[in-house]
Design a binder for this molecule. Structure first.
Ligand SMILES: [Mg+2]
Length: 388
């Protein structure tokens, strides 16, 4: 088989929400279609990719540098011994002549292509992606469903405490048990009021609430907030300082006993290794949130998993960032601890299939072939438009 053509474009996923660091009014996303020469029911099999949610597009670098390498490759060089597409071999080709370090937007561009290659591989094999991953990279016995939590609680102009509580009630009514809100975009007193208001909605149970700083705090503020929120026993305290400030994270972990989560802005196995070496992360309670799509794809994410295992971590401590269907399949197949979900945000790319059901904060990846983005009607319309 071979890839006959590739189509990439940028779509807006903008909204009026804001976290402690950025607003999302100009947010967009790269989408990609890889068309193969494999014909099923009279149509070529097509793999789709997109660059997760919440970081800007990488369309230019993908078109200028990485897609030419993919399309210019000898077709056989992309194939495994069984003659089928090998995302891992394709990854080596994509990264040829790339220096180490400085991952930047490069990891996003490669991640999108890697996602589309995995979608294609599973579709050609005639199976949902979680099954393909489990059979090829896992133990062949994937989880049936995956823990998901509802990420929201953004800062929005004019949003009141009552609005915030209503938002959380909608998440609970939709089947989520655990919710997440942004902090650090207001002062400590106001954030404590917001946190306590959400805990009220959760029946007083702080262990069902995660808070996310989006990398905003310096060490002093991290510790000050940590001291104030520690009594609530929150689900986790997320990305408290700059993603590469491992010493800040390590110091925080000496002072803040409940779970800490971070990693969504670490884009390589090397960065993840440094987090494990120097970030003070505790394998008995903390969470790693590396997003496979932003960080060179599933091919690199498997290396992250190997690194975690070498450091004594269970895959169950991983809950990827991004709230997308690709990570949902990965979580089921590699037996992760869960996956993020953004109900209603970052449309049309965010979230899972239109017919997906969330119950007790769990969701199944579904039985559509590949990633199953065809089950997100509005998004699929855009993806199909790339090539037809
Ligand atoms: Mg986050």
């Amino acid at each position: 088989m071979k890839i006959t053509s590739a189509y990439a474009s940028t779509i807006p996923i903008s909204s009026s929400i804001r976290n402690a660091f950025i607003d999302f009014s100009k947010m967009d996303c790269t989408i990609l279609a890889l068309v193969s020469d494999v014909i099923v029911d009279g149509k070529p099999v097509v793999g789709y990719g997109f660059n997760s949610n919440g970081r800007y597009n990488a369309t230019a670098i993908m078109k200028d540098r990485f897609l030419p390498r993919l399309l210019g490759a000898e077709p056989d060089s992309l194939l495994a011994e069984d003659g089928q597409i090998s995302p891992a071999k394709a990854w080596q080709l994509l990264m040829r002549n790339e220096k180490p370090g400085g991952h930047g937007e490069r990891s996003v561009a490669v991640g999108v292509i890697d996602m589309a290659l995995h979608d294609l591989a599973a579709k050609i094999a005639g199976v949902p992606l979680y099954r393909w991953i489990s059979d090829n990279y896992g133990d062949g016995d994937p989880d049936e469903d995956v823990f998901v939590y509802a990420a929201g609680g953004y800062y929005v102009p004019g949003k009141s405490i009552g609005d915030l509580q209503d938002e959380m009630r909608v998440f609970l009514d939709a089947g989520y048990d655990v919710v997440k809100m942004k902090i650090g975009g207001a002062d400590l007193a106001e954030d404590i009021t917001r946190i306590e208001a959400v805990i009220d909605v959760l029946g007083g149970d702080g262990s069902r609430l995660a808070v996310d700083v989006n990398g905003k705090f310096d060490l002093t503020t991290a510790l000050e907030y940590g001291k104030a929120i520690e009594p609530y026993g929150l689900f986790w305290y997320e990305e408290v300082g700059d993603p590469l400030d491992y010493a800040l994270n390590a110091t925080l972990s000496e002072h803040y006993a409940p779970p800490i989560a971070t990693g969504e802005n670490l884009f390589s196995v090397h960065d993840a290794r440094n987090l494990l070496r120097y970030g003070g992360m505790r394998p008995d309670r903390d969470y790693i949130q590396v997003d496979p799509t932003l960080a060179y794809g599933l091919t690199e994410y498997r290396r992250v998993q190997d690194e975690l295992a070498r450091h004594g971590w269970s895959s169950r401590r991983c809950v990827p960032h991004g709230g997308h269907q690709f990570s949902l399949h990965i979580a089921a197949a590699l037996k992760l601890g869960g996956n993020e979900s953004y109900p209603g945000e970052f449309q049309p790319t965010g979230g899972f299939a239109d017919d997906a059901v969330i119950s007790n904060s769990r969701i199944a990846p579904g039985d559509r072939l590949g990633i199953g983005l065809e089950g997100k009607a509005e998004f699929y319309r855009l993806l199909r438009g790339l090539h037809s």
